[in-house]
Design a binder for this molecule. Sequence first.
Ligand code: ZN
Length: 303
Amino acid sequence: MNNLHKGTLIRTVGGFGDVLLDDGGEFRCALRGKLKQKEYRLLVGDRVEVSGVSSGEGVIENILPRGNRMWRPTVSNVDQLLAVISATNPDPGWLLLNSQLIQAERFHIAPLICVNKIDLLEEDNYHSIKENLELFPYRVLYTTAIQGKGIDDLRENLQDKTTVLAGPSGAGKSTLLNAVQPGLQLKTGEVSRKGGRGKHTTRRVELFVLHSGGLVVDTPGFNKLKLMFEIDELKDADLMLKEWFPEFKEFDYMCKFNSCLHDSEPGCAVREAVEDGKLSKMRYRHYLKFLEEIRLEQEKRMK
Ligand code: ZN
């Protein structure tokens, strides 16, 4: 099998896959027989090898090993989460933001926070948001999509990466992406089909190609407050949760108990760091809320 070209699957259309080739250009490809079987199911974001590029009849031959995969919707090989919050109107949804950040950690996706609409803020409020975010262990960008402030910086951060976009409605996600690339219609398409039992609506996942380099995908799944776990994941979710707050690591080893969940255990160094203002009080409060949620879910589903 000579002349295999590598690329990324950006959408599926019927029984075909559109592949963005590493050496440039989009190519509609058929699927090699084995890839139609369930266990080989292709995912948007998959790195693939394609034959037949020179003859114009592309065929996806192989799927390369996946770096990660997230679900709802299912996308593979995601590098980065761009969590957009609005500085004001609506006010930043901190709890939703933290739930998105831990979900990113869970899928091994690097988070990037973008505070949009900073032009609408009073000076004092701007400082309090900034102060709040200083204790987050992540990079933060400040933008005003309408005036184009911070957009070059954002574009640079999206370059050559596959980015998942998250943020509540009203945060200005689409205005932001339109500032990055005018005309980009970033929408997870809803495909309606009439079937035997009436109308079915399925979400189509699609990676959008930025001219400046990089791929973006919108994911309604990241905008849920509630954490969702498969049953085998749920079992250890309370222990995993603290790993998803990377700033705890600096203190974690000083806790009296190895298995400390930083709740009400004696000698908890994380709780002490929160009291000393070294860790974000708000992030810690949300941590406890998620921990409680996980424990309730474990009780409910694991009996
Ligand atoms: Zn502790």
